[in-house]
Ligand binder design. Structure first.
Ligand code: SF4
Length: 143
């Protein structure tokens, strides 16, 4: 069964800083399962590279307050469509991201502080019945 995955985990340069952050376990998983890579921020219309954002009080903003919430919601909706078209039950999403993070995200102070919460896409997928794992939990899908 296909698994949705944050594209940056496979080395696609879609991160805000345009750097590749290939994850070895994700690449291992690609040998075993059909993976569907997505980048919700690009799907929402954000450019690459782009300024970092964090979530505070439900809004997704840059450190100067520039608001990108609408684009993040659009990216989440498009990602959910891709998940539903492919009957996705499980997604491996990059930890801590304002889109992909699940359980923990940065707290909106741009001080590298984590708080409890979900990224916009992770939240929408989870609410629609998709099981969310992060890159540290891939092993569960390998064996
Ligand atoms: Fe990776 Fe998700 Fe950020 Fe895109 S939105 S760069 S897939 S963590």
């Amino acid at each position: 069964m296909a698994v949705l995955i944050s594209a940056c985990l496979l080395g696609i340069c879609c991160r805000y800083d345009c750097k590749a952050k290939k994850n070895q376990m994700a690449c291992k998983l690609a040998q075993k399962e059909i993976l569907i890579p997505v980048c919700p921020e690009q799907l929402g219309g954000r450019p690459t590279p782009r300024k970092p954002v964090e979530i505070l009080n439900g809004r997704v903003t840059e450190s100067d307050g520039t608001d990108h919430t609408d684009e993040f919601i659009r990216g989440a909706v498009e990602t959910l469509k891709i998940a539903q078209i492919n009957n996705i039950k499980t997604a491996v999403l990059k930890s801590n991201s304002p889109s992909c993070g699940f359980g923990k995200i940065y707290d909106g102070t741009f001080s590298k502080t984590l708080t409890d919460g979900n990224g916009i896409t992770a939240e929408l997928l989870s609410k629609n019945g998709v099981k969310i794992l992060n890159e540290y939990e891939i092993e569960a899908l390998l064996y």
